[in-house]
Design a protein around this ligand. Structure first.
Ligand code: PAP
Length: 317
């Protein structure tokens, strides 16, 4: 627990009762309410569960880690501010100056930085993000009126993206890479940030079937394949459909493209207050990069798990 600030005695006591295992980085992960978290993550999630008060107008972008959250943050932010910024979109859009994780913060981080964050400065509707699994969202959000947009990605690309991201976080003295075999085994056993990956996806998928007007389910691959259609679907779900003139759709997609965002000065050289380099959120941005990393055995294992976990649902990733 030594590397975690703000760990109250109460949280320390709770965490010490949970099953734990060494994580991908040289730190422990804990099994809480069916999912795995680092100590630091749990220290952020516990206060959110007790303190976050949603507004009916809130829009929450929920996602599995490394599913393209930052891309969807950009898209949702642009969508919600389209009339306000449209006239200046290419000149003075906030996306051109700020990292998306600052413009659309994770609930978990807000509550870590400040025990009672003041969200009143956010314009309505508030756009916030989270990686918290559906079943662990704050209790009163179960009867929520706010809308949730959920994003996930095929497990093989998710794994590779997470592995690459983790390698960037490894302390220099440990070396530059964490073992692909070891982390892959952990991922398959569910021991990864907010894992098991498949349970995370299923939780939101079921919620989207039960409450389609409140939970919108989207995959990275769908967004890549038919971005215009998906953006229009998103806009009508959020109650801000586009006019007949589809120029705005294309303008938002261009503004939020990997090519555009990754080349911005702020995303090439900026850093978050957490110490993460902005560029680490823009690696390749492609579907199917896993073919360069996974062996046939690994592919067979992960595909089998996906099939077993999603059996009985019509989910395909
Ligand atoms: P997070 O969990 O740390 O928030 P997240 O933003 O969900 O990360 O995912 C990062 C992935 O989205 C990266 O994938 P890769 O490692 O396979 O390359 C990143 O490159 C990709 N990404 C970021 N921006 C875009 C974009 N505009 N279009 C498509 N993919 C993108």
């Amino acid at each position: 627990f030594r590397c975690v600030n703000n760990l109250t005695d109460e949280r320390r006591e709770l965490i010490s009762t949970l099953p734990f295992e060494l994580g991908w980085l040289p730190m422990f992960m804990h099994f809480y309410q069916g999912f795995w978290y680092t100590t630091r993550q749990l220290n952020m999630i516990l206060p959110v569960q007790h303190q976050f008060r949603a507004l009916d107008s809130d829009i929450i972008l929920a996602s599995t880690p490394k599913s393209g959250t930052i891309w969807l943050k950009a898209i949702l932010f642009s969508l919600l501010h389209q009339s306000y910024y449209y006239s200046n979109i290419t000149v003075d859009h906030p996306l051109l100056r700020k990292n998306l994780h600052e413009l659309v913060p994770f609930l978990e981080f807000l509550h870590m930085l400040d025990m009672n964050p003041d969200l009143s400065a956010f314009t309505s509707p508030r756009l916030l993000a989270t990686h918290i699994p559906f079943g662990s969202l704050p209790e009163f959000m179960k009867d929520f009126e706010c809308k949730i947009v959920y994003l996930c990605r095929n497990p093989k690309d998710t794994y590779v993206s997470l592995w690459q991201f983790t390698n960037n976080l490894l302390p220099k003295e440990i070396g530059t890479t964490s073992s692909l075999e070891e982390t892959f085994d952990k991922f398959c056993r569910g021991v990864s940030m907010d894992g098991p990956f498949w349970d995370h996806v299923l939780g939101y998928y079921k919620a989207s079937l039960e409450m389609p007007h409140k939970v919108f389910f989207l995959t990275y691959e769908e967004m890549k394949e038919k971005p215009r259609e998906q953006l229009k679907r998103l806009a009508s779900f959020l109650g801000c459909p586009f006019s007949e003139d589809e120029e705005e759709v294309d303008e938002i997609l261009r503004l939020c493209s990997f090519d555009n965002l990754s080349k911005l000065e702020v995303n090439q050289n900026g850093k978050l207050s957490t110490g993460h380099e902005n560029k680490s959120f823009f690696r390749k941005g492609e579907v199917g990069d896993w073919v360069s990393y996974l062996t046939p055995d690994m592919i067979e294992r992960i595909d089998r798990i996906t099939e077993e976990k999603f059996h009985g649902s019509d989910l395909k990733l």
